[in-house]
Write a protein that binds this ligand. Structure first.
Ligand code: ADP
Length: 603
């Protein structure tokens, strides 16, 4: 604003200076021209005086040549009067003899005219006597200079008119030009101001303009339109980039919370909102320290303080990690500082990773280790005690007692074997790359065989098995060994969790989808609460409550799931009602689509 007005006033100053200089020049020129003309007129006038005087001298000599001496005065007087009367320019005429004595002077007769004399001119009175010129006196003529004055006035006035008109025209042209240029400049100024406020695409009207200004305005309009196009392109580009960035951020499975230098949350992705159980408006532009977990605790406060108290380079190399609990979830938080391109600290990013499962698995793993050590120790202790007793005292016992001892040993050895098998299978299957050879088999005999091998265990609890088999079940491609182990797990669980005198129904039939054969084991045991049913097939998962007191490794069902789903492209299922019993089972495809090794590895 101030710059513009300064430039306009400078421009005005220049215009004024130009006007002053041109005025001075025009006035100077006018004065010079007038003076010059007046000088020339004066020169011409004095030349005219001299000629007049000389002519008068010759004439006077001629007219007095043959006149008597006493008549000379009156002759000269009359002639002089006639000249003076006929010519206003002559102020006086004076005749003098060769001794400068006045013979006749009109000054006496015309004193008023004589007073107007400005220029005087004299000429000798020469008489020619046979070629010899004799000076008999002189004539002096006084000129009033009236004509010179008139001519000078007229010339000066016309010159002044000419120069004044020229000056006025010149000034007017300059002023009009200035006004036009100023108008166009202010139009341009307005346009530039508009552009500077971001109104790209603003154009100026070039209708009443011409020449360079028209070119300038057209160039301005062109520039403005280009800026507009560029802006649109840029905005599109930026929007695209932002959308891409947002899409990436929003689709990250981990939660991301971005805070500025003042701890205000400026960005939060969908995963973070879900994990922290909040909506945009609850967290955006609020301080992250103010976030409360489900227990109402400010779970970030202390850690953010710790983060801020630690030097940035340390935090950059080793971000601060800690866990928070939101509802039933355990979230691992990683805070790292955020820097601009110029390496200025601009805030920090909190990455949230849902580690609920990992924490649970860790817990289950440690439970598993304590369970397994306990489970291994019990049968081994029982076996050692029983074998020791038999070794030292078998002769003292009757056959029945001995048999009872062997039964216990057999049962404990079987338990031990199952446990060791589960652990070995687990580590083998977890290691991956397990080749499972399959051949088309009728599954019913496999089931019958497994039920048979479980009879001893079942009889201990007076449990009865019944097998309901659909006739003419198609053969299915299975690995008999692994399906046997899976059945063994389901049957032994059913026995384990069934009450005394319970009944276990085993079914082998075509599934609702006739492309599958379904095998299920239904017991009348304690059942499984709903919330555990989803997790029951996970590794190490065990239900531990008042009704589920039986110890185990938590591996059995997980191995069934791997065998059925990973190695046989089937699916496992469980239906259970606490207190009423459970049905565990699986469906196997009759014509499975063979998976490649790569598919196996991906799984
Ligand atoms: P475990 O060796 O501990 O039995 P499993 O993986 O075979 O491990 O079983 C996991 C959990 O599922 C067990 O802890 C048990 O609580 C529950 N479970 C399995 N089968 C049954 C069943 N038939 N009835 C009730 N609960 C069962």
């Amino acid at each position: 604003m101030s710059k513009t007005s300064l430039s306009i006033s400078t421009q005005n100053k220049l215009i004024l200076l130009g006007l002053v200089v041109s005025t001075v020049l025009i006035v100077g020129l006018a004065v010079f021209a007038i003076t010059n003309i007046q000088q020339k007129i004066a020169e011409v006038y004095s030349g005219f005086g001299e000629i007049l005087t000389r002519t008068l001298a010759i004439e006077s000599v001629e007219i007095t040549k043959d006149v008597q001496e006493f008549d000379k005065f009156s002759t000269l007087q009359n002639h002089t009067k006639s000249i003076i009367n006929s010519n206003n320019e002559i102020a006086f005429i004076e005749f003098q003899d060769d001794k400068n004595n006045v013979i006749y002077s009109s000054k006496k007769d015309y004193p008023h005219r004589a007073a107007q004399a400005m220029i005087t001119s004299s000429s000798q009175l020469l008489v020619d006597n046979d070629g010899v010129k004799t000076n008999i006196g002189k004539v002096i003529v006084g000129l009033s200079g009236g004509a010179t004055k008139d001519i000078s006035h007229a010339t000066r006035n016309s010159m002044l008119v000419v120069f004044t008109v020229a000056w006025l025209v010149f000034t007017l042209v300059i002023l009009i030009n200035t006004i036009l240029i100023t108008r166009e400049l202010s139009m341009l100024h307005h346009g530039v101001k508009k552009i500077s406020t971001g109104a790209f695409g603003y154009t100026l009207d070039d209708k009443n303009t011409s020449g360079e200004i028209k070119d300038l305005i057209q160039a301005f309009n062109d520039m403005s339109l280009r800026l507009h196009q560029y802006e649109e392109q840029n905005v599109d580009q930026l929007t695209l980039e932002r959308n891409k960035f947002e899409a990436v951020l929003m689709s990250i499975v981990n939660g991301v919370v971005v805070c500025d230098n003042y701890d205000n949350v400026v960005l939060v992705n969908n995963a973070a909102k879900k994990m922290l159980e909040i909506e945009d408006e609850q967290i955006l532009n609020t301080k992250i320290q103010m976030y409360c977990d489900t227990d109402g605790e400010l779970c970030f406060k202390e850690k953010i303080e710790q983060f801020k108290d630690t030097p940035l380079d340390i935090m950059e190399n080793k971000p601060l990690e800690f866990n928070i609990e939101v509802d039933t979830k355990v979230l691992k938080c990683v805070i790292s500082p955020m820097f601009s391109k110029n390496q200025d600290y601009v805030g920090y990013v909190i990455v949230l990773i849902d580690v609920t499962k990992e924490v649970e698995i860790d817990k289950m793993k440690s439970n598993f280790i304590s369970n397994v050590s306990h489970e291994l120790r019990t049968p081994v202790t029982v076996l050692r005690t029983y074998i020791d007793t038999l070794y030292n005292h078998s002769d003292d016992f009757d056959e029945k007692t001995n048999k009872e001892f062997f039964e216990v040993i057999n049962k404990e050895a079987a338990r031990l074997q199952k446990m060791v098998n589960d652990i070995l299978d687990f580590s083998r299957l977890e290691a991956g790359n397990v080749k499972v050879e399959k051949e088309k088999t009728n599954i019913v005999p496999v089931i019958e065989q497994q039920i048979k091998s479980m009879q001893v265990l079942a009889e201990e609890k007076h449990i009865t098995f019944s097998l309901i088999k659909e006739p003419d079940l198609p053969e299915i491609p299975i690995n008999v060994d692994s399906i046997e182990r899976a059945l063994n797990n389901l049957l032994s669980n059913a026995i384990k969790y069934s009450p005394e005198n319970g009944r276990i129904k085993v079914r082998a039939e075509l599934a609702r989808d006739p492309n599958f054969v379904e095998v299920s084991v239904e017991d009348q045991g304690c059942g499984i609460p709903e919330e555990h049913q989803k997790k029951i097939f996970e590794r190490f998962y065990r239900v531990e409550n008042d009704t589920h007191t039986v110890k185990g490794t938590g591996l059995g069902l997980h191995l069934v799931k791997i065998t059925i789903e990973k190695h046989h492209q089937g699916e496992v299922f469980v239906k259970s009602k606490p207190g009423e019993g459970s049905t565990f089972g699986f469906r196997l495809p009759i014509n499975p689509v063979e998976k490649t090794e790569e598919d196996d590895e991906i799984q």
